[in-house]
Ligand binder design. Sequence first.
Ligand code: RUG
Length: 808
Amino acid sequence: MNKIFDNKQEFTELYRDAVMSISGKSVEAASDLDRFNALAKLVAEKARTVATKSDARATAEGKKRVYYFSIEFLIGRLLDNYLLNFGVRDMVAEALDDMGFDLSVIENQEPDPALGNGGLGRLAACFLDSMAAEGIAGYGNGMRYRYGLFKQEIVNGSQVEATDEWLTHGYPWEVRRQDKAVTIKFGGHVEGFEENGRTFYRTVDTQDILAVPYDIPVVGYAGETVNKLRVWAAEPVEEHFDLEAFNRGDYALADAERAEAEAISAILYPNDAGEHGRLLRLKQEYLFVSAGIYSLLDTFEKEHGANWELLPQFVAIHTNDTHPAMCGPELMRILIDEKKLEWDDAWNIVTQVVSYTNHTILPEALEKWPIGTFSKLLPRVYQIIDEISRRWHESFDTTQEGWQERLRQTAILWDGEIRMANLSVICSHSVNGVAKIHSDIIKNIVLKDFYALTPEKFNNKTNGISHRRFFAEANPTYAKLVTEAIGDGWLKDAFELEKLKEFQNDTEFLKAVGASKRANKERLAAYVKAETGLVIDPNTVFDVQVKRFHAYKRQLMNIMKVMDIYNRRIADPNFHVTPTTFIFSGKAASSYTFAKETIRLINSVADVINNDPRVNEVMKVCFIPNFRVSNAQLIYPAAEISEQISTAGKEASGTSNMKLMMNGAITLGTLDGANIEIADLAGRENEAIFGLTAPEVEQLWASNSYFAWDTLNGDRERLGRVMDELKDNTFAGLSGNFESIYNELMNNNDPDLVMADFRSYVDAWEKLTGSYGDQETWNRKALLNTASSGWFSSDRTIREYRDEIWHA
Ligand code: RUG
């Protein structure tokens, strides 16, 4: 363990100085924010010192460097994590306590940067953590959005979006690297020129933007390796402040150029409904791709000279989904136009360096760009894509039967659009899905024509999570219990959690597991009370569904279950309900009406149920606003039921399922995404599996044999009642009825099979909660979930990427 402070005394002296230097005050007189900034600055400085050594070691050892390109990095708060990874968390807490301060209060001052939407962005952050823990020279490359994903407020039950101003008080972890800024060229036109008898191309009359990097240290567990996350901000190349306009009082015009440039990195995922927003998104994608590639080539050239043929030996570029799909064409452009390589040599390099992860099979989430928009913004990149596409067509063996259909499916340019997933596959040497079932669906359905052509490219890498952040850090009471039982080796090697199986029949240990869950429930209840005013009872089952809102994730089915149980209890006060708190949290995209209506429905049902004394003893509904990494770390440890109820075949993997499993929640889920692997590892008997399977769903649609109306008519009493209540004012008190949800289901034949799975879901829930009374058995299941969860550490996932994709 590379401890950054030798002892309490050394830390205390350094810390007092740090507070004085940033605030000009003694630690006693400073504010909590000052105390946080000083501590973060101190740790960041130490981290940067280690980073310099890690970097020098990578150079000396000729290590291959891995660049993880992602438009999202949902890193969460860093201070606690870095104290833990440097092995000084307890010592720092004690030293602060001696000075009269509480570490957790100081940590709560840290902004929680929302530089991502959900699973994809958090996965990228977990991967950074694990790359550093595994000693890989691995770097994140992304965007520094001035405003992260919106802050969610709930007003009259509805989601209202507010700006996420995470940089207001500065961000002590980042360092601006003006010296590494890169000029990015947009627009203009391509012209050819002759040099040594060869024709080369360049883009002229461009609008240039400066991409300025900010580096954030990534501290690996044990503190031996510190890597970095480099995020790019857009700025004007030169200041063109219009003094005349300013003196006229036209301030906006005076600084118009800066505003225009900065807009590119202003916000995560600008609303892509209109052409304007989409164009901004495309600019973002190109900016972080181009700047990232220039930056990594610069490092390569310093280490290995202009020996570009060595690039595959020393560099891996991983593209997280299709947002960085331009990595292939942009690297081609630079190698051909600027490094003067021949096409075939450049292509050989690119296709050995670039790899791609697919995260979704939903057609609407597979990116496509209109050729017109794209070629105007990036004319030379478009030419390269066009040439890749031409050569792809040429490579087809037209004597083979069915080649036309195969070409149609795999084409890059089609119907006036650029298909970014196809581009990614063609430019990559490896294509992976994120759970076994998802990788199989990719191979057999979504990308089956590519799979037929190059089966060797395709592989599975089931997702993972940082067990240190989401277990050790988030759940200190349980983690302490585990360490007392099996030692702390599991922090490094999560497979050691397996040793907990020895305690499955130890009554006292199981009681302690239950007690730790209880403490976490109390902690969450206090948070909920402070945030929303709602009082929830830690004696009830905490049933949790926390994730982005999306129709296929079926939060709707969950709240319909709550409505059904409510109806039955009201009809019959003797109907047994295991006292439960139904907890929801998550954001809906600002333009996604159905998802926003589902949030409004949950809050409206909550309003009725929470104020109905007839059911209050046995049920409460709780919506926790503004789901983000920091409150997720409070929610997962308190959960007893993990709701993973997506329509089978639609959730690529899911990762909250893993975090909840690790924290001892029992999965109530469909056989979808990584739920399947969870059930296999922990044993079906320790989860509650229900519903249609992916092949059954496929068969249902293929045979045209599902009729939502028939399902409704077959269950008028319960399902019919719930559906009627969407329109009959039962839950309209807060802000009206829910016709749009009703219509979406009934007019579109229940596209996510909510009604088809409704009864088996409610039955499974009743059976599961019915067993809650036997606490020993319940706690044993919880323990076996934790004990089986080591495989879901992102350390394991990263080792697979390292060995099978990056060869680093
Ligand atoms: O929806 C998927 C999740 O199933 C998955 O666990 C996560 C990480 O692999 O990625 C999510 N995802 C997919 N986020 N964005 C997309 C499509 O761009």
